[in-house]
Design a protein around this ligand. Structure first.
Ligand SMILES: *Cc1c(COP(=O)(O)O)cnc(C)c1O
Length: 232
């Protein structure tokens, strides 16, 4: 069995080769290790291999892991990448460093109100339903300009960019299309006066396509920690 350290190495190699192909410096892409369904011990193992940023989908599960890893909290950055209901915003505002899955102004307003004064501003991305799937969460691309302006004005949040989970696609060209659309959306937000630096896109299956289209943060789970049980 490959260790988490060796799998992290492999993923870093994939990112480096994609950066090379894209003519981008390796330092322009940050790896977020998606530890959902894996234990605090797995997070520790990744930490000892030098990984500091972790993504979680489920608030309650993340809180258990944070508690188990409380003594190393200053060395860690916790990112919420899964759906966020309004009854969970307080604990998220109190516990996380980043939220990638903001998909309503109301959620952002609550996070800003509830972010404790002793913590730095919460870093957020707007989740965009870039493939236009009826079942997917995220803002419709047409709504993003308006919501982004309102979120950027909230005092206790820093709007960093946009995030998407595109529909799976087989070949590289098809994978690149939604990532390109998200990059263009970020460019249009910046052309409209915002200064956003984060394109959160690319997972185990499509990180090369995402990096080729400008991803600045790739969210990788399976390639680092292994397969997860299928969700019913
Ligand atoms: C699970 C998940 C990932 C990681 O997916 P892998 O295919 O395991 O790399 C990335 N982003 C989001 C939003 C996820 O839910």
């Amino acid at each position: 069995m490959a260790t988490i350290a060796s799998k992290l190495d492999e993923v870093s190699g994939r990112i480096a080769r994609a950066c090379d192909a894209a003519g981008r410096p390796v330092s322009s892409v940050t790896l977020l290790a998606v530890s959902k369904t894996f234990s605090a011990d797995a997070v520790r193992e990744a930490m000892s291999a030098g990984q500091a940023r972790f993504g979680e989908n489920y608030v309650q599960e993340a809180l258990y892991k944070m508690a188990a890893l409380a003594e190393v909290r200053p060395q860690l950055e916790w990112h919420l990448i899964g759906p966020l209901q309004s009854n969970k915003t307080r604990v998220v505002a109190e516990s996380f460093d980043w939220v990638h899955s903001v998909d309503r102004l109301k959620i952002a307003q609550r996070l800003s109100e509830q972010r404790p004064a002793h913590l730095p501003a919460l870093q957020v991305c707007l989740q965009v339903n870039i493939s236009g799937e009826a079942s997917k969460s995220g803002l419709a691309p047409a709504e993003v300009q308006t919501v982004a302006r309102a979120v950027a004005a909230l005092p206790r949040l820093t709007l960093r960019g946009v995030m998407a989970v595109p529909e799976p696609a087989g070949d590289l060209a098809a994978q690149r299309r939604p990532h390109r659309a998200l990059r263009e959306l970020l460019a249009s937000l910046n052309a409209g006066g915002l200064t956003l630096d984060t394109l959160s896109m690319g997972m185990t299956a499509d990180l090369e396509a995402a990096v080729l289209e400008g991803a600045t943060m790739v969210r990788v789970g399976t390639a680092i920690f292994g397969g997860r049980p299928a969700v019913a």
